[in-house]
Write a protein that binds this ligand. Structure first.
Ligand code: AP5
Ligand code: ZN
Length: 210
């Protein structure tokens, strides 16, 4: 299966994509996670990307397209994958097509700006394994400790500050939302109501992808 998650920041793309990837035994390919990893490792690319990310801006297309091309070339992606956070611009969507990738389903997770602000404002993330929690909606079993990997010291992402959240939402509406029409034309788009519980969102996705 070749799946893609579309939707605003904080829609729950990562939360859902991780679970689907495990259930379907396909890799979860998240450009946000890959960029944060490059940044942790301190590579030149990671340092450059960090400047954009902290400001709530998109990293340049060439950089992100290069990362995704390399990742999709790896063996484990040959039987399918779930893309999360890519493509995010028209140029990225066209680059994906030029790589010869046809998506079976584009899951458009629909969530209002108000909900996004509440979710990102309360998000806590595991810097070790990338698991995400929410102070109110989905707290870890033990405060500050990752349920998934046991790491102690959950963090708030640098770009989950109010000014960066606002910028990310603006960027989403200007650059990413137009992809809804793009994928609708191709006939791959499926709308999922993202303002239900994580469990209900998961079930709606599972119904679509079988
Ligand atoms: P990225 O990491 O992709 O961030 P994003 O798109 O802003 O998405 P998020 O990770 O913020 O949200 P999500 O939809 O995954 O929601 P989550 O599941 O965490 O990108 C970060 C940056 O990297 C970008 O700003 C950009 O600079 C750069 N970048 C990445 N890809 C790029 C690209 N292709 N091109 C250029 N630049 C790129 O959930 C959010 C919160 O809500 C959590 O706290 C969660 O617990 C909670 N939650 C989830 N589901 C529910 C629910 N159903 N009900 C209540 N709470 C919920
Ligand atoms: Zn963890």
């Amino acid at each position: 299966r070749r799946l893609m998650m579309l939707g605003p920041p904080g829609a729950g793309k990562g939360t859902q994509a991780k679970r689907i990837a495990t259930e379907k035994s396909i890799p979860h390919i998240s450009t946000g996670d890959m960029l944060r990893e490059a940044r942790r490792k301190g590579t030149e690319m990671g340092k450059e990307a960090a400047r954009y990310m902290d400001a709530g801006q998109l990293v340049p297309d060439e950089v992100v397209i290069g990362i995704v091309r390399d990742r999709l070339d790896e063996d484990d992606a040959s039987q399918g994958f779930i893309l999360d956070g890519f493509p995010r611009t028209r140029a990225q969507a066209e680059a994906l097509q030029q790589m010869g990738i046809e998506l079976d389903a584009v899951l458009n997770i629909v969530v209002s700006d108000e909900a996004v602000i509440g979710r990102l404002g309360g998000r806590i993330s595991c810097p070790s394994c990338g698991a995400v929690y929410h102070e109110m909606f989905n707290p870890p079993a033990t405060p500050d400790v990752c349920d998934a990997c046991g790491y102690q010291g959950l963090i708030k992402r640098d770009d989950d500050q109010p000014a960066a959240i606002k910028k990310r939402l603006e960027g989403y509406h200007a650059q990413t939302a137009p992809l809804i029409a793009f994928y609708q034309e191709i006939g791959a788009l499926v709308a999922i109501d993202g303002e239900q519980s994580p469990e209900e969102v998961h079930d709606a996705i599972a119904e679509v992808i079988g």
